[in-house]
Write a protein that binds this ligand. Sequence first.
Ligand code: SF4
Ligand code: SF4
Length: 359
Amino acid sequence: MTPVHTTPDTQDPVFTVRILKMKSEFLKGFLESLEKFGKLYGPVVRNGVLKYDEVHDVDEVVLTGDWHTLLPLKKLVHPTRFDMFRFDNDGFTTDYPVVEKRVVVGVHPCEIHGLLRLDDVFLQDPVDPYYERARANTAIIGFSCLPDEACLCKSTGTDIVEEGFDLFFVDLEDYYLVWVGSSLGHDMVLENEEYFDEDVLHEDIERYIQWRAKRDSMFVTSFEFKNMPDLMELSYNSDIWDYFAEKCISCGQCTMVCPTCNCYNVVDILDVNSETTGRRERVWDSCMFVDYSLVAGGHNFRGSRADRLKLWYTHKLRAFGGEYGKPSCVGCGRCVRTCPVDINVLTVSRALLQQEVPS
Ligand code: SF4
Ligand code: SF4
């Protein structure tokens, strides 16, 4: 096969990205074939809610349109709650929450960027072994998407991906352009060569360019993302934080739905009728909770809602970028869709720009 496009790849440093085609009618058979690479996961409706979950029938996977899961993909590699290890008088036994191979289909570009940000945090020295194992066992099959009114990924530059996936499908209606991003993705193609066509022609490139233009035109919401680090710095003592603090109810939903929030707490839980045996549990935490910064002696470093909001937005829009080179907001729009009192990157950025925000 002849590559028509090459870019560096982070899933597999020696691999060169290439692009193929697949007719839409082959998708179902291809997805069914992936079970040999791991248990299939994807966006499915459970109890009326769209979520990433195990797929029992590929027909139930929701792949097209402007859908968004309630919780991001992070829950599969950084579970909401799990036992880290069991302990007794003789020591401890590690317990890994994710040991099975999994293939996640239908992953949007902003989610892939979210995973890359989590990699920055959890895979740098000292590596988080729980995340590392979960990530290594999880193949990523990306899919193109269309924006809804809350999507901000065009503003954050995370509406396209060049790395972080094994395969990435762009839906051109009667066929897909398929980016192969890793040697595992290459193996998935090799196993199903009859579904793929290597001849990406000039008219396919034109179709792709038209698709990109159409998709770009569908974004109705934007914010001045690149100005945010400076404005956050300048507005550290602004009264906008008191304004938002009056409304915030410290529910923590913004942090739970954000694909790049990664804080957790660890709790030792003794077995019933035992003072020496038990388990250590790891559970998502939120810097929006009042006890997050409470320390021994009763001092709370961020006892006020204004301080907690300022911390979160400093982290999202300025501090993470200073540490890792890219801001940690990937423009998924979940905080816009979720916060019950309209505090989100959009309203905060408007306030930072001294524009009117909804009361
Ligand atoms: S800050 Fe909001 S828009 Fe940005 S990644 Fe987090 S939830 Fe998504
Ligand atoms: S900003 Fe909104 S979602 Fe976040 S804790 Fe406050 S009320 Fe909840």
